[in-house]
Design a protein around this ligand. Structure first.
Ligand code: URA
Length: 220
């Protein structure tokens, strides 16, 4: 094993240890859904994330963006990572894309942001809003899996290709091909759709997201 791989594995093992794992089976991967969270509440988990320095994003963040909404939400939205507004405020999806997501939740799903839970693949802002690296996503993903284990959503909506790819590790699948499919993800259904930022740049894709959200609404 080369040194970089060893360092990555060590980092990963330390993170599992911080979650309370005492042993590690070598067939257990970061992509596995954890059914049993190592903490009792999202508040406890957020406290851990606030202290996280496992990747370089910790150096440039102003705030962690843990997520917000109903701790027992049936519906969970997973975006890519915080942008400038989110880094500043510590809240997910509060910029232009967030306003569009809020409209979708309210007008199509006929819910409020407080009824659902909203979070991201990575909890710290990637500089210049670049896509989170595989390393950054893989050290942060256990936090997301813990959130899922605590919330126990019935439906997870992956917002955009980065969210879909890192959630499923199905890296070769284009979001345009998989969006709107109802997939199995642990105990939840996973429905990938386009990211609201993509919709801001490509308003004609709103009709596809509308159709995907009608599917979500039927499954709720
Ligand atoms: N884009 C995301 O993917 N997440 C946010 O929180 C904001 C914008």
């Amino acid at each position: 094993m080369i040194n970089l791989e060893k360092a990555k594995l060590l980092k990963q093992l330390y993170q599992y240890k911080s979650f309370g794992f005492e042993y590690f089976q070598d067939n257990q991967t970061l992509g596995t859904t954890q059914n049993q969270p190592s903490v009792n509440s999202l508040d406890e988990l957020e406290h851990k994330v606030k202290q996280c320095h496992l990747c370089q994003l910790a150096k440039s963040r102003k705030n962690i963006v843990f997520g917000e909404g109903d701790e027992h939400a049936t519906l969970l939205f997973v975006g890519e990572g915080p942008g400038a507004n989110e880094d500043e405020s510590g809240r997910p999806f509060v910029g232009r894309a967030g306003m569009l997501l809020t409209k979708i939740i309210e007008n199509v799903l006929e819910l409020t942001r407080e009824d659902v839970y909203i979070t991201n693949i990575v909890k710290c802002r990637p500089p210049n809003n670049r896509v989170p690296s595989v390393d950054e996503a893989s050290v942060c993903k256990p936090y997301l899996m813990e959130q899922i284990a605590i919330i126990k959503p019935k439906i997870i909506v992956a917002l955009g290709s980065t969210s879909y790819h890192y959630l499923t590790e199905d890296y070769d699948m284009p979001i345009s091909k998989i969006r709107g499919e109802i997939l199995e993800f642990g105990d939840a259904k996973l429905i990938p759709t386009y990211h609201p930022s993509f919709l801001l740049r490509n308003p004609s894709a709103k009709k596809e997201v509308y159709a995907d959200m009608l599917k979500v609404k039927r499954l709720l």
